[in-house]
Design a protein around this ligand. Structure first.
Ligand SMILES: Nc1ncnc2c1ncn2[C@@H]1O[C@H](COP(=O)(O)OP(=O)(O)O)[C@@H](O)[C@H]1O
Ligand SMILES: [Mg+2]
Length: 335
């Protein structure tokens, strides 16, 4: 029997009713856990071309799929907690649906991944919005645990939006254990040195490390501790070498783009290998950088942007690949 509470956004439906409700248009993201689909509600009353994104897990009787459904449920609970307390850079949740064959989250559909190799004046507003989103999460006891460009989409109004709360955790803010962890999961290239090693750490500081690495990648096109875009870290030894670089904290390789001394300083505070010296989200937000104009900030020594090319990359991100080690993600055009 189908169970629907008109007040609720959590539904138990038959497979048949799900197929009657949603038209599955195309798969837009996939992983070992399941897939993300672009869908259109079949009986949407107002906007006929209204699209939604659906993150879907197949239910079968194995323990791994049960674990994935639990993880989707956990993700749903976290994004749902912001339904009446939204932030422009956090993905809006619509509903959770469970059927005999599937578990799924429906959410706002955003057509493009955030591009990389973007000039600082353009990226600065994105950074501020993302930082404010991460600050918002931390204030509410939530850590994302997997911040990286592949989990940031761009709205048609050019607002960056954080998605994929599959690794996120919500803490009781009154507990002395809030934000304490010694777990090491996440995407290796974005993991803080202390988290990569599974040492006891403050998960908020790890989010800030990942966010700093993400900002660097949006500006430069690669992360600060890889010599070139897409450097492979497939073995344990490669990863050890990589993490040794992160512990030194010195950026490697040639930086072919120009950015201001002020953002460089800010990034150094965010990507500090010493978590005690690393800034918190509120410290980064309080920096004078956000109130200064880029022209007044002076530039780091480097070989300069091709502004025309950068503009092309921002406005024509058709099938642009973002390097996401482990699994590569493909962004699609806004057509
Ligand atoms: N709301 C959305 N709108 C459009 N695309 C999305 C949305 N959510 C996810 N995606 C796409 O699906 C991919 C995988 O989704 P994600 O939630 O990151 O799952 P995973 O756990 O596999 O990384 C994302 O990298 C993005 O390309
Ligand atoms: Mg993801």
């Amino acid at each position: 029997m189908d169970q629907e509470d008109p007040q609720s956004d959590i539904f138990s439906l038959s497979d048949h009713l799900l197929a009657e409700r949603l038209h599955f248009i195309k798969e837009i993201g996939f992983g070992n856990w399941g897939s993300v689909w672009l869908c259109r509600p079949k009986h949407s009353s107002s906007e006929s071309d209204h699209h939604v994104a659906v993150k879907l897990v197949h239910r079968s009787k194995t323990s791994t799929t049960a674990a994935r459904v639990r993880s989707l449920w956990n993700e749903m609970k976290i994004v749902r907690s912001f339904k009446h307390d939204p932030h422009p850079s956090i993905i809006p949740f619509h509903s959770f649906i469970i059927t005999p064959s599937y578990a799924l989250i429906t959410m706002a559909y955003l057509p493009a991944l955030i591009p990389v190799e973007v000039a600082e004046p353009k990226a600065k507003d994105w950074f501020n919005s993302l930082l404010s989103g991460v600050h918002f999460l931390h204030e509410r006891g939530v850590v994302h645990n997997d911040i990286k460009p592949a989990n940031i989409l761009l709205s048609p109004q050019s607002v960056p939006v954080l998605v994929d709360f599959g690794f996120a955790e919500k803490y009781d803010l009154s507990s002395p254990k809030a934000f304490h962890s010694n777990l090491a999961y996440g995407t290796p290239e974005y993991l803080s040195p202390e988290r990569a090693r599974g040492l006891p750490h403050d998960t908020r500081k790890s989010d800030i490390w990942s966010l700093g690495v993400t900002f660097f990648e949006i500006l430069v096109g690669r992360t600060p501790f890889e010599y070139e875009e897409g450097e492979q870290f497939s073995t344990k030894e490669d990863l050890e070498k990589y993490w040794t670089r992160t512990m030194r904290g010195k950026w490697v390789g040639t930086i072919k783009v120009k950015f201001s001394k002020s953002i460089e300083k800010l990034l150094k505070h965010m990507i500090s290998p010493n978590a005690d010296l690393r800034w918190t989200a509120s410290e980064v937000l309080a920096d004078v950088y956000w109130t200064m104009s880029i022209e007044k900030q002076g530039h780091s020594e480097s070989s300069g942007f091709d502004a025309g090319l950068v503009l092309l990359m921002i406005y024509l991100p058709s099938c642009r690949e973002i390097g996401e080690r482990g699994s590569r993600c493909i962004a699609w055009s806004c057509a």
